[in-house]
Design a protein around this ligand. Structure first.
Ligand code: ADP
Ligand code: ZN
Ligand code: ZN
Length: 721
């Protein structure tokens, strides 16, 4: 057997190794990067050929044959597969699952990787001469031919009519001309923008800049200029943005400027559309890809620019399965392609700030808003002094009144879905618990349900207390639904709209509502996270934060960083237009008006808070001063989880370069009926962490308990469970 006799295939199974197969019977050529169908157990799977399998002397095993080769060419350029191999190694995740995450669903399932040629119908000379004498019953065909004769290429022609016309030779398929579009011209840059653009262009090839620009300072306009330059140089651009909710808006701005060479890529699109965008990038028909997290795996043929907008956003981190960070992978891809990178944010992640401080990134600032207004300085409302009713304190309600009367618009931010986070018995203080988690059930009143926000458990709210039979069950605390109701009661006749995932499931629904907001048909917006970032609402004059206190006492070491980012982003929604009818205000309700982080943020801004937090992280040996990894386990009982972790500890390599902390229960010890525990690994050196993980994890996988439990590794975790 010589070495070309077998190839190594990555398969979508949770096993770290590649699988060797013989080439197919029919002799189709097989190369790395091609998809193949192979027998696996008693199934057939689609995998990706990674390499010729090395010949092992004395290997007498029987290998199965590839059943079918799906591609005549590799599905993506060679550097794509290299990037995936790098990611599989860095995140310690099986390459087969990495490939499955990187391919759009259509390709993963075996659909053709050839881009269908866009054909349109044209009228032939034969058809033109036949037109006066068409049979009377051919009404549809006549209409179609008349439309084509008149130059209307958009006319809808049904399949039967099309077939008849083609068979008769009256119609022919032609390659469609690209749609004509009126492209928008960008505004002239302000002096500050022009200066910043020059700074972003310094150097050539791979270079990373942090663009720290306040909300509304015109960062997106700079992204457009950089994209224009990349395109002029014949290269492609990747624009990553954190949320599906924001993608259509951003895509729209790029389409308006560059036309059909722009493709979108996000989960709100259908599989076919995503497949198409992916292949169009590979073929180079699409020059700009605007997308969420997974767009980082697109098969660019010549990537020249990578923009990561709102780079601090936690949604760039995949939290399940293949736990990659899209910002970090974007850097890896840009480096391989010798592309320029811009990380944009008003509130950069501490990791990014640390890289900028260390001189690895250029730090470029854009501190003036285009409209000349500055974001208002937030004011605190002490709810110990001004108690809240259904989430609203009197000063906040009065401010809403003031702004609406003056013709402004208000946004209330609340970080919780549902009506209330707790249902409490007034008599015995029983609290509705989730039967499967260490968590309380949230009351969703509109829906008439108690819901767990961690495992999805739902039940009807009880009529009486299950513990004492008491009849008075009271919702305690507030969610978006309750605040919405309170506002409707207080401001009848005003249009109040709630924005959260309970209400807006489809991307289109959100878009329509956002249009209403921009056109000032909405008076007050109540919403969760969904409203905090990116959106540009010109008339918005008041921002109220209903409750920000949970983060002040969270055990998560990133909580204060997140709070600083969130409050700055939410505040940045207010007063974006210079012609607002009333001076913008930001009001934050809190029980902790003297909390040092909160006061520092308000007095000195996010950058100053970030400095403090960076010092604290360094003292505590936390990121970005250290690199972390989490080994998590979920088991039927705490004892089983701990036993597994202790076995894992016993096979931990002997090293002082990586510290192993734990086993410790996860912050939420029981979730969805399972006990959760973890090890935290910490090291000041990434290579040491990588070496230790590479040595340790195969030993963990070989432990007797490893197959029976759910366990996972998270490199650079964003959430500690
Ligand atoms: P950011 O991305 O920093 O939030 P944008 O690029 O969205 O900021 O700009 C904010 C607003 O200012 C947008 O409405 C944008 O169209 C407008 N804008 C940006 N640059 C200019 C400019 N040079 N002249 C006029 N308007 C501009
Ligand atoms: Zn009770
Ligand atoms: Zn639950």
């Amino acid at each position: 057997m010589n070495r070309a006799d077998r190839v190594a295939v990555a398969l979508p199974v949770p096993l770290p190794q590649l699988f060797d197969y013989h080439p197919p019977e029919d002799g189709s050529p097989v190369q790395p990067g091609m998809r193949v169908a192979v027998p696996f157990g008693n199934r057939s799977l689609i995998g990706l050929v990674v390499a010729a399998a090395p010949h092992i002397a004395g290997d007498e095993r029987q290998y199965k044959r590839i059943q079918r080769v799906l591609d005549a060419h590799p599905v993506a350029p060679a550097d794509w597969l290299e990037a995936l191999q790098w990611a599989a190694g860095y995140y310690q995740h099986p390459l087969g699952e990495v490939v499955a995450a990187a391919l759009p669903a259509g390709l993963r399932e075996g659909r053709s990787a050839e881009l269908p040629r866009k054909t349109a119908l044209g009228l032939t000379d034969l058809g033109r001469s036949a037109m006066p004498n068409l049979p009377a019953r051919s009404q549809r065909l006549r209409a179609a031919m008349q439309a084509l004769a008149a130059g209307d290429t958009t006319a809808k022609i049904d399949a039967a009519t099309r077939r008849r016309g083609l068979q008769a030779g009256w119609l022919a398929e032609i390659i469609a001309p690209p749609p004509q579009m009126q492209l928008a011209q960008g505004p002239a840059l302000t002096p500050a923008q022009a200066q910043t653009l020059t700074a972003l262009q310094t150097g050539s090839g791979f270079a990373v800049s942090l663009l720290e620009g306040v909300t509304g300072s015109g960062k997106t306009e700079l992204y457009l200029r950089l994209a224009e330059q990349a395109l002029a140089a014949g290269r492609q651009a990747l624009i990553l943005c954190p949320e599906i909710g924001l993608t259509p808006q951003l895509t729209q701005r790029f389409v308006a400027r560059f036309g059909p060479v722009v493709a979108g890529f996000h989960s709100g699109m259908g599989d076919a559309a995503r497949n198409h965008a992916w292949l169009a990038i590979r073929e180079g028909h699409a020059r700009i890809l605007v997308g969420t997290r997974s767009a980082v795996f697109a098969p660019f043929c010549d990537l020249g620019l990578v923009i990561v907008d709102e780079e601090h956003d936690a949604s760039y981190k995949q939290q399940e399965g293949f736990r990659y960070h899209a910002r970090d992978l974007a850097l890896v891809r840009a480096k391989a392609a010798d592309a320029r990178v811009v990380l944009g944010s008003a509130t950069p992640a501490l990791e990014t700030l640390a890289n900028a401080k260390a001189g690895r990134y250029h730090h470029v600032r854009l501190s003036e808003r285009i409209a000349g207004t500055s974001p208002p300085v937030p004011q605190l409302i002490d709810v110990n002094v001004h108690p809240v009713q259904h989430g609203l304190s009197e000063p906040l309600a009065a401010a809403i009144d003031r702004h609406l009367t003056a013709g402004g618009q208000a946004l209330l931010f609340i970080n919780r879905r549902g009506y209330a986070p707790t249902l409490l018995c007034d008599t015995c203080h029983w609290i509705a618990p989730c039967p499967h988690c260490d968590a309380r059930l949230n009351l969703h009143r509109g829906e008439g349900a108690l819901r767990c926000h961690h495992c999805g458990y739902a039940s009807r709210p009880p009529r009486e207390c299950p513990s004492c039979g008491g009849k008075k069950l009271i919702p305690v605390g507030e969610g978006a639904e309750r605040v919405e109701e309170a506002l409707k009661n207080r401001f009848p006749g005003k249009r109040i709209e709630r924005f959260d995932t309970d209400r807006l499931r489809a991307a289109g629904q959100l878009e329509a509502l956002l249009d209403d907001v921009r056109e000032r048909r909405v008076d007050v917006l109540v919403g969760t996270q969904m409203l905090a970032k990116g959106h540009d609402f010109p008339a918005l004059s008041l921002v109220g934060v209903v409750n920000a206190d949970q983060a002040l006492f969270s055990s998560d070491f990133r909580a204060l960083e997140r709070l600083g980012q969130l409050l700055t982003q939410v505040a940045g929604r207010a007063g974006r237009s210079a012609t607002a009818p009333i001076a913008p205000e930001v009001l934050i309700q809190t029980r902790e008006p003297k909390h040092p982080s909160l006061t520092a943020l308000l007095r000195d801004g996010y950058a100053a808070l970030a400095e403090t937090l960076l010092r604290e992280r360094a003292d505590a040996g936390l990121p970005p001063s250290a690199h972390l990894a989490l080994l998590r386990v979920e088991a039927p009982s705490r004892a089983k989880a701990d036993a597994f972790l202790l076995d894992a500890k016993a096979v931990f390599p002997n090293t002082h370069r990586v510290q192993l902390l734990g086993p410790a229960p996860a912050p939420m010890e029981r979730r969805d009926g399972r006990a959760r525990a973890q090890f935290l690994l910490s090291s000041t050196a990434r290579p040491a962490m990588q070496r230790v993980l590479a040595a340790w994890l195969p030993a963990v996988a070989a432990l007797p308990g490893a197959k029976a439990l759910r366990w996972s590794i998270d490199v650079d975790p964003v959430d500690l469970f």
